[in-house]
Ligand binder design. Structure first.
Ligand SMILES: NC(=O)c1ccc[n+]([C@@H]2O[C@H](COP(=O)([O-])OP(=O)(O)OC[C@H]3O[C@@H](n4cnc5c(N)ncnc54)[C@H](OP(=O)(O)O)[C@@H]3O)[C@@H](O)[C@H]2O)c1
Length: 253
């Protein structure tokens, strides 16, 4: 396991699901961790359970608030060495019914949210000549799915931004990567399943079976599996890995 003693990691959307698993993984590897999100309750619960976790309430779509929250995190815990841009949301609608506002909302949280946090911290990482910028994208950043064109567009954008920024920073000690999970067991998946039940009249089991079929291993990914990949990317052994979009999907893509 990577030894992250002395490192300060910031995880957006770290109060729940994938982000919470990543935050715990980072703590177990020795890092101190700041988690962010819009709702205070899940953040507070995580911080209470793990003394090495602090939190700042922040909406990733608000670039000024993101800058301020990074300042606060650095004031409390020191310079930020690792950022995991994990906050995201998935709304599904047929393409013909998506409004401009729907589309913009998906881009704001899933793409600009990553841009805002990476831009807020990258200069200090470059100056320190060490850093890890990691995005939790999705298999939806590598292939299409029906009824989530705005989400797919945003996640493809994250993969493109990752590849470009990795080239810009290649001569520094900062690596830039995306992890791309398939359907993962979290509250987001629960909402997706409920939506399928509502829209199609399928039972919960049928809805699960339909989604599991996308994964050649026939199962959902666990948040801890994504955390393992993130931890590996944080270690010195992965210093030559940059500009990658790593699929964690049982061979789906
Ligand atoms: N579950 C899956 O099947 C799956 C598959 C592939 C990729 N992913 C990606 O994994 C990431 C984490 O999702 P999850 O599955 O763990 O779902 P989740 O439990 O719903 O987590 C999403 C997190 O993002 C935060 N968030 C949402 N909008 C935000 C905003 N505007 N500003 C700040 N924080 C915000 C949420 O906290 P607040 O609501 O308190 O702000 C929450 O903690 C997302 O980027 C998602 O696209 C998920």
């Amino acid at each position: 396991m990577a030894d992250l003693c002395g490192k300060h990691a910031l995880v957006t959307g770290g109060g729940t699901g994938v982000g919470a698993a990543i935050a715990v993984g980072l703590v177990n590897a020795g890092a101190v961790v700041t988690i962010t999100g819009r709702r205070e309750a899940p953040l507070q619960e995580m911080a209470t359970a793990h003394p090495a976790i602090n939190y700042v309430v922040c909406d990733v779509t608000d670039s000024d608030a993101v800058k301020t929250s990074c300042g606060k995190a650095a004031e409390t815990t020191g310079p930020i060495h690792i950022v995991v841009a994990n906050a995201g949301a998935a709304e599904s609608k047929p393409f013909a019914k998506i409004t401009g506002d729907d589309f913009r909302a998906m881009l704001e949280v899933n793409l600009l949210g990553v841009f805002n946090i990476w831009q807020a911290v990258q200069a200090q990482m470059v100056q320190a000549d060490w850093g890890r910028l990691i995005a939790v994208a999705s298999t939806a950043g590598l292939k299409g799915y029906g009824y989530v064109s705005a989400y797919c567009a945003a996640k493809h954008g994250v993969v493109g931004m990752t590849r470009s920024l990795a080239l810009e920073l290649a001569r520094t000690g900062v690596t830039v990567n995306a992890v791309c999970p398939g359907y993962t067991e979290t509250a987001l998946l629960e909402r997706t399943l409920k939506n399928i039940e509502k829209k199609t009249g399928m039972s919960r089991e049928e809805a699960k079976k339909t989604l599991r079929r996308d994964n050649p291993q026939g199962r959902f990914i666990l948040p801890a599996e994504i955390a393992e990949t993130v931890l590996w990317l944080c270690g010195e052994g992965a210093k030559s890995v940059t500009g990658q979009a790593i699929s964690i999907s049982g061979g789906e893509v």
